[in-house]
Every structure is written in structure tokens, then in C-alpha cells.
Design a protein around this ligand. Structure first.
Ligand SMILES: Cc1cc2nc3c(=O)[nH]c(=O)nc-3n(C[C@H](O)[C@H](O)[C@H](O)COP(=O)(O)OP(=O)(O)OC[C@H]3O[C@@H](n4cnc5c(N)ncnc54)[C@H](O)[C@@H]3O)c2cc1C
Length: 374
């Protein structure tokens, strides 16, 4: 029997598994499909919230810690697995923000480099952008990470760890409880039902975490928010860094792929792609970077963000249970926040110091409630 059983193998679950196993705990992680192939694969991999000063302090606190932790994480994963997640400090250029004063004050308060630029600086940095931008905010230290490679590296590292068992293609069907303790999960694996016990359980099932909690008679205000993305491939670098305008962004990868994101759609658990979203993303992208109009779209996809109120994730114990914890609801920032939220949960689980106040993320204080029977 493992010390911890983790429900959900996205970036949130995988980093908790990594943190616990590095503290000497045994971990069993259960994933319905392949590890990391839901939101954690679908995301863009910008290692910063968009317009970061508009988020609340709890999001900023996690984001700052995680941004500082990413270089070491990327290096360690590359060394361990030979898979480089391509963390690239490429900068974030925001063309449309009109709240420059608030932004610059925020950046100074948090020690995050940010510059207010005029058109000469904008076009010196990114000559391919469409003309007409007169002001921008630029954050030179923001990175992007190639998230499909990050999850491949995390999965490889976990699979190689002797104290970690990973069960993929294994859907959790229900929980078994005894009083205030969860005792086991039931899952479907290769057409058969299987029961697995553990000492403690972590629910990290992204947009599906609320469904899991319903089996415990609780509701969690985490809802799926669909995001669609497009992919272009150029034969040379068209951009140096991430560019954001009117909520849409372009992300250049090292091999000249350019990702375009993203839509925000409330469509329950529907992950289908639509022509309308594709046209809208394409027109935003070509308006920002006209050279894209000569290139075909290589791919369009959709993922489900785990949307939580104000984008603040739920991290901590599930009320009413002595051995059930949650790490979910990272909404648009799950890739950037993941290392810091995993660290916080691991510190709560192992009784070590997090260096971060857990109260703002505590599920009991933030709207987890018994399912209403009326
Ligand atoms: C289009 C788009 C763009 C984004 N861009 C960015 C970005 O640039 N930067 C950023 O920081 N964030 C971004 N995000 C957000 C980020 O991707 C998510 O917040 C993050 O990946 C959530 O990770 P997770 O592990 O909590 O959820 P997921 O990655 O969804 O993982 C949850 C896992 O739980 C599994 N699961 C669910 N139910 C069960 C069950 N019953 N049994 C077993 N397993 C189960 C699922 O199969 C899944 O693998 C973006 C998201 C989208 C969709």
C-alpha cells in the first residue's frame, strides 16, 4: 500500500508525485488516459499569467515562486531524463494594456522586471509585428516552456523512480470511505475493476476534480473552460518572444513553430474544435504578425482549463476528511503555478515548511460545500 495515491496525472498531479517521492514517500498515481494529455498538454506554456498585475496576491505569490523555481526544475528534468522541456527566457510583450501605471507599480513591488516601451523599442525587438503599436509593456524575464516536453520529462522521471507507481489508462470510478477517512479508490483498468488502498489521497484531476469530490458529497467550484489554440510552422524565426494583444497571444518555439491562443468558452466537457474559433484565432494572429497569412495552419486543438473563482487554485485538505487533499483549479495559469502549488501541498502533507501562507488556497475557506440535496 502506498503512502499517497494521486488521482489525476496532469502537471498538478505529477509535480505533487515528484515532490512527495523526493521526500521519501511512496506514491501511486492514477491517470485515466496518458499522463499530461489533457489541459497540461493543450496549454501554451507561457511561464507567467497574462497581464500579471491584474491577478490577486495569492496568484502572484505562487507565480513568483514558481517562475523562480522553473530553471532548476527544467535543468533537473533534462539531466534525469534527457528530455529538455525547452524553458526559454524569451520575454513577454504586451501591446494593448492601458493600465501602465498599475502594471509598473506592481512590477516594482514584486521585483519583476518590466519596461514601458514606445514604438521604436517595440519594432526594434519585433520588426515583424504589424505597424501601429505606439506603447507596450515588456517583461524581459518571462519564459515559455514547451509543455508537451515538460510532461514527457515529468512522466519519464516518475516512471524511473522506484517509489512511484504510475497507472495510466486507468479511470477512477468511485471512492471507498470509512467515517472521516478515505480507504480506497476503485478504478477501471483494461476492462476490469480494481481496488487500490493508500494512507492518503490527493485529488488533482484538473477540470474533473469537482466530479470526484461529488462522490464524497461535496461541491468544488471548479468548472471546465475550453480553450482552443492554433499552430503555425515557419522556416525561420518570425518572433523573438511572446506577444500579447487584446487577450490573444503568439508564442514562438525554438524550432519556429508559433502557437496562437486562445479562446475562453464555457462548453461543459466538450473539447471539440470549431471553424469559428479557428477563423477568429487566425485573424487575430495575422493582424498581429502579418507574415503568418502566408503560412498554413498546421493544427488546431482544444483543452479544458480547470476554472476556479479569481483563478486562485484550491490547495489543501478536504473538509470532513482526515486524509484527502486537493490540488486543482489553476485555470489559465496551471503550467506556471504548478511547481509552487505542488511544493505548498507537499509541505502540508509532509509537515515541512512551505514559506507560503496556505490560507488563501485552503478549500475549507474557499467555497467547498456539501452537495445540496434540495
Ligand atoms: C488552451 C489553453 C492554453 C493554456 N495556456 C497556458 C499557459 O500559457 N500558461 C499556463 O500557465 N497555463 C496555461 N493553461 C492552463 C494550464 O494548462 C492548466 O491550468 C493546467 O494544465 C492544469 O493542470 P492539471 O494537472 O490541474 O489538469 P489536467 O492537465 O487537465 O490534468 C488532470 C488529469 O486528471 C485526469 N483525470 C480526470 N478524471 C479522472 C478520473 N476519473 N480518473 C483518472 N484520471 C482522471 C485527466 O485525464 C487529466 O490527465 C492553458 C490551458 C489551455 C486549455
Amino acid at each position: 500500500m502506498s503512502d499517497f495515491l494521486i488521482c489525476g496525472g496532469g502537471v498538478s498531479g505529477m509535480l505533487v508525485a515528484r515532490g512527495l517521492s523526493r521526500q521519501g514517500a511512496s506514491v501511486h498515481m492514477i491517470e485515466r488516459g496518458s499522463c499530461g494529455h489533457e489541459a497540461s498538454w493543450a496549454g501554451g506554456g507561457i511561464v507567467s499569467p497574462l497581464y500579471p498585475w491584474r491577478y490577486s496576491e495569492p496568484v502572484t505569490a505562487l507565480a513568483n515562486r514558481a517562475q523562480d523555481a522553473y530553471p532548476e526544475l527544467a535543468r533537473a528534468l533534462t539531466d534525469e531524463t534527457g528530455i529538455d522541456p525547452e524553458l526559454t527566457e524569451c520575454g513577454l510583450l504586451m501591446l494593448d494594456a492601458d493600465d501602465h501605471v498599475d502594471a509598473l507599480r506592481w512590477a516594482q513591488r514584486h521585483g519583476r522586471p518590466m519596461h514601458a516601451w514606445l514604438s521604436t523599442q517595440i519594432y526594434a525587438r519585433e520588426p515583424g509585428l504589424a505597424p501601429g503599436s505606439e506603447r507596450a509593456l515588456y517583461m524581459p524575464a518571462v519564459a515559455n516552456i514547451r509543455n508537451p516536453r515538460l510532461i514527457r520529462a515529468l512522466a519519464a522521471s516518475l516512471q524511473a523512480h522506484p517509489a512511484v507507481e504510475v497507472s495510466e489508462q486507468s479511470e477512477i470510478l468511485r471512492f471507498e470511505t470509512q467515517g472521516a477517512r478515505m480507504t480506497a479508490v476503485w478504478l477501471r483498468q483494461q476492462g476490469r475493476e480494481r481496488r487500490i488502498e493508500a494512507d492518503a489521497f490527493v485529488l488533482a484531476a484538473g477540470a474533473w476534480t469537482g466530479q470526484l469530490l461529488e462522490w464524497l458529497g461535496l461541491t468544488l467550484p471548479v468548472v471546465p473552460v475550453k480553450g482552443q489554440m492554433l499552430l503555425y510552422k515557419a522556416d525561420k524565426a518570425l518572433l523573438r518572444g511572446v506577444v500579447l494583444s487584446n487577450g490573444r497571444y503568439l508564442i514562438p518555439r525554438r524550432d519556429h513553430h508559433i502557437l496562437v491562443g486562445s479562446t475562453l468558452e464555457h462548453a461543459a466537457f466538450d473539447k471539440s474544435i470549431t471553424e469559428e474559433a479557428g477563423d477568429s484565432l487566425r485573424s487575430s494572429a495575422e493582424r498581429m504578425l502579418p507574415a503568418l497569412s502566408a503560412l498554413p495552419v498546421r493544427r488546431q486543438w482544444a483543452g479544458l482549463r480547470p476554472g476556479a473563482p479569481d483563478g486562485v487554485p484550491f490547495i489543501g485538505p478536504v473538509p470532513g476528511f482526515s486524509n484527502v487533499y486537493v490540488n486543482a483549479g489553476h485555470y489559465r495559469n496551471g503550467l506556471v503555478l504548478a511547481p509552487a502549488s505542488a511544493d505548498l501541498l507537499v509541505s502540508l502533507l509532509t509537515g515541512t515548511t512551505a514559506g507560503l501562507d496556505p490560507a488563501p488556497y485552503d478549500p475549507a475557506r474557499r467555497g467547498i460545500a456539501p452537495v445540496s440535496r434540495s
